[in-house]
Design a protein around this ligand. Structure first.
Ligand code: FE
Length: 232
């Protein structure tokens, strides 16, 4: 069996938001698809350990904000590699509330969809929530971020709670990559600093060795400092 076949499935990159009473939370997700068109229904897969899972189970509502290709890695990191149990993810994020008072992310979003949960399926580590679209609109006409683009062009990794996370596979792929200039891995989020690519969002040009990065350089996804990186 070659599990790499699963990497041939296309996904987008989204922020799923929900609430419990007055508390709100959001998280990154890629496993989303439309189920039917009449009525329009949507399915998403969410890890049971995530705070958003609890909120969706309680409120029966969630929103999907569709991210654009130019979304900065730090923005994805805020929603993908940090827990709403520890920080308020909405501190520096522009958002509005849907008809049912669920956050809709305005920064970097190309569209939003609000869904009312009708059904759910227990899949051991994850729950598949299926619901009907109650509201939706286009927010910008920028190209959308695909999961492939996030992986290939931005060096992004799957958060450990993503349905598509595969530790063994990630390791195998990394081992196959060339090692001319050494790559360094963030111990917190798994981001790989690739000297060939540099870190353009932080002004680091391609062909910059890890050793030559400024002391105050931090992981573009989760904000971890240089000393939290290890040679791959
Ligand atoms: Fe990191």
């Amino acid at each position: 069996m070659n599990l790499k076949s699963l990497h041939k499935i296309s996904y987008g990159l989204y922020i799923i938001c929900s609430k419990e009473n007055e508390k709100i939370n959001g998280q990154i997700a890629n496993a989303i698809f439309q189920v039917t068109s009449q009525p329009p229904t949507i399915a998403i897969s969410i890890n049971k350990n995530n705070l958003t899972h609890k909120y969706i189970s309680k409120s029966k509502f969630f929103t999907i904000s569709v991210l654009s290709e130019e979304t900065p890695m730090s923005f994805i990191g805020n929603f993908g590699f940090k827990s709403g149990k520890d920080i308020n993810k909405f501190n520096e994020v522009d958002y509005k509330l849907s008809k049912n008072k669920i956050p809709i992310i305005l920064d970097n979003s190309t569209a939003f969809i609000e869904v009312k949960v009708l059904n759910s399926i227990d899949m051991s580590t994850h729950t598949i929530f299926i619901g009907e679209v109650k509201d939706a609109d286009i927010l910008s006409d920028k190209p959308v971020m695909t999961y492939e683009y996030y992986h290939e062009c931005k060096g992004g990794k799957s958060p450990k709670n993503a349905p598509t996370y595969n530790k063994i596979l990630d390791k195998k792929i990394n081992n196959m990559e060339e090692k001319k200039m050494e790559k360094y891995v963030c111990n917190v989020c798994g981001y790989v600093y690739d000297p060939a690519k540099g870190d353009p969002e932080s002004g680091i040009k391609p062909e910059t060795k890890f050793e030559d990065l400024p002391k105050d350089w931090v992981c573009p996804i989760c904000g971890a400092s240089k000393d939290q990186f290890e040679k791959e």
